[in-house]
Design a protein. Structure first.
Length: 642
């Protein structure tokens, strides 16, 4: 009775009473479809489905192995016969389950003695495996009926989902027993637990035959942005020794399956559409097993198919490479393929605009066009390279170079404004351009060139002016990355050292300031211990803080010493690398012209020592010498010291 009812009692209004819901009486039915019966009961009694529940009274399993046979009942002990795959998979085997259940109204039930954790049922796409997940829960109530109640809850989920009960359950009962044992001790379900409660048989799909052309897989492949470069059309497909060129996948029969509802899952026959004769030369070996026939390259090269016969070759001759006829060609640096491009017309490009060519060896009789890229172990270019072209090679020989070249060893007839980065460079004639290399040999040098070395520049005849010569140990390909790394480490060590003295001073001041009071605390602690008393927590805390501060100070002091040692080591290593500058030479066998600039660049200290040559000057060898700790000068000699 509410407060308003009390105030109005006796005023002529009827007392309000709580309405007790009308529940339906329990009923026992025998059915194959419990879920359908639950809905019927809910509809007949005009109640929501979620207040209708049931108890399992009996499960009857019937089976037969043909339409003409009588249904047989399988006892609970005999249900294990369905665990045999051959028996269960029989397409003629039919299984039915009848359930005797009591359907009741949940609202009429007393509060349960056993409270179970939440659980959910799940299955795979083919319904050949069903699992249950017992959810993590602290809101449970354990009783001696916990284990059988949990088993019944799982079976009720299976019955509603029309999953076979008591058949091919695997270790379901053991898993439930483990959970019950854990709950009995801990009174909670500590974590989610998922296990199989019914497992059918997965069908194995048939394998259709297929011919996989492995060597063409990279043709028109998408890049990371999903774009396709249609200039790479696979005109030449390179393979390595031992690489699979072709593969025929044999057709393979599938295998039927059966669901957790006992439904047979048939599979079709494999499709055979790729059976064809494949002929190969002695350069390709055939290997066959039960599933495939593989055709494997016995040597590196490119795949050539002619009249249905496949071969591996290592030489290819083309008139030209361009977008219209071949597209870009990428045979790989280690493919053992030599590409010879024969176009020699001075007004045409042997390698066209925007084309990329990559192979073990590339011989170009003519010109390399704009935006073209050439990459190989060995490159020979008989014509000229465009100023926007790029060449990468171990060894490169170029007639007229106007583009960019990166190589280990480069030989050039005429450099006309191009750029060369290499270890060793030999040029007959330089008419402008840039060279960066460890060793540089020039027969004839005109004007407006930038030449950088770490070891040697040797010129037979100097004809021009406004050339810039730079000796820089850090320019060497072998030392560039190492020098940058050392310089970075030195800078990092210096920054760390710069901040440490102030931090150490602050910590030292705090330690000195508190030393006397800490000594007093120590003495008081010893006194209390001697009297059998426990020192106050504040005393122990202050002592611990002080000891931690001292420890931090000592660690920082050690770190500062370590940084100093590291800095000295880095500097020494850098000095050893820099010392090469004193053995570097600029050699000119002819008289100098005026306005040629010579620089020696040191790493540490970061200074440049400069000299400008004079007209008709005879200085056959120019080097750098150190006159004192921080003084350097350029030394000019009329003699060449090898």
């Amino acid at each position: 009775m509410g407060l308003f009812d009390k105030l109005t009692k006796g005023s002529g209004e009827e007392n309000k009473k709580e309405v007790t819901p009308v529940t339906f009486s329990p009923m026992i039915i025998d059915t194959q479809d419990v879920a359908k019966e639950l809905k019927s009961v809910a509809t007949a009694n005009n109640v929501e489905l979620d207040v209708v529940d049931f108890k399992i009274l009996k499960i009857t399993t019937l089976y037969r192995q043909g339409e003409q046979e009588e249904w047989q009942e399988a006892s609970e002990e005999a249900l294990s016969m369905f665990d045999e795959d051959d028996f269960f998979l029989n397409p003629e085997l039919k299984i039915e389950q009848h359930f005797k259940v009591e359907i009741f109204d949940l609202r009429a039930q007393q509060e349960p003695v056993t409270v179970l954790p939440p659980l959910s049922l799940g299955a795979n796409k083919n319904l050949t495996k069903t699992v249950v997940t017992i959810k993590k829960s602290v809101n449970i109530r354990y009783s001696s009926q916990f284990e059988p109640s949990l088993l019944e809850a799982i079976n009720k989920k299976k019955i509603k989902a029309k999953i076979l009960v008591g058949i091919r359950e695997g270790i379901m009962r053991q898993e439930v027993k483990k959970i019950a044992a854990s709950v009995r001790i801990n009174n909670i379900v500590e974590k989610d637990s998922t296990f199989v409660v019914m497992e059918g048989i997965d069908p194995v799909l048939p394998v259709n035959d297929a011919l996989i052309v492995h060597y063409k897989k990279k043709v028109n492949a998408e890049d990371k942005q999903g774009r396709v470069d249609y200039s790479r059309r696979g005109y030449l497909e390179a393979v390595g020794e031992g690489e699979v060129v072709l593969e025929y996948v044999k057709p393979q029969e599938g295998a039927p399956g059966k669901t957790c509802r006992g439904i047979y899952l048939p599979v079709g026959e494999p499709k055979i559409t790729n059976q064809t004769a494949i002929n190969v030369t002695e350069n390709i070996i055939k290997k066959e097993d039960d599933k495939t026939i593989r055709y494997i390259a016995k040597c590196s090269g490119y795949v050539k198919e002619s009249g249905g016969t496949y071969d591996i070759q290592d030489q290819m001759e083309l008139d030209e490479i361009n977008f219209k006829t071949t597209g870009s060609i990428e045979a790989g640096l280690d493919g053992n393929v030599t590409i010879n491009i024969k176009e020699t017309d001075a007004f045409k490009d042997a390698i066209g605009t925007g084309m990329s060519v990559e192979s073990t060896e590339i011989n170009v009789d003519g010109n390399v066009g704009s935006q073209a890229n050439v990459r190989a172990r060995k490159v020979r270019i008989g014509g000229q390279t465009h100023m926007t072209s790029t060449v990468w090679a171990d060894t490169a020989t170029i007639s007229v170079h106007r583009g960019t070249l990166e190589a280990t060893e480069a030989t050039i007839d005429r450099l006309e404004g191009g750029k060369v980065i290499a270890d060793v460079v030999r040029v007959k004639s330089v008419i402008g351009g840039e060279i960066i290399a460890r060793q540089i040999y020039i027969e004839s040098l005109s004007s407006n060139a930038q030449i950088t070395t770490s070891e040697l520049i040797e010129i037979q005849e100097l004809k021009g002016s406004n050339n810039k010569f730079l000796v820089d140990p850090a320019s060497a390909m072998t030392f560039k990355a190492e020098t940058a790394s050392l310089t970075e480490k030195i800078e990092k060590a210096r920054k760390s050292l710069d901040s440490m003295p102030k931090q150490l001073e602050n910590k030292k001041n705090i330690i000195d300031k508190n030393k006397q009071s800490v000594e007093m605390i120590k003495a008081k602690i010893e006194e209390l211990k001697a009297e059998g008393q426990k020192p106050p927590a504040t005393f122990m805390g202050k002592l611990k803080d002080y000891q931690q501060l001292v420890n931090e100070y000592n660690l920082m002091l050690k770190a500062m010493k370590d940084y100093k040692f590291q800095l000295n080591d880095y500097k020494e290593e850098l000095n050893q690398m820099q010392s090469k500058i004193f053995s570097a030479k600029i050699i000119n066998h002819s008289p100098w012209k005026e306005y040629n600039e010579i620089k020696f660049r040191l790493i540490s200290p970061a200074i440049e020592v400069e000299y400008n040559t004079k007209n008709h000057e005879i200085s056959k060898m120019i080097t750098l010498v150190q006159t004192s700790d921080d003084k350097f000068k350029i030394n000019r000699s009329s003699q060449i010291d090898r």
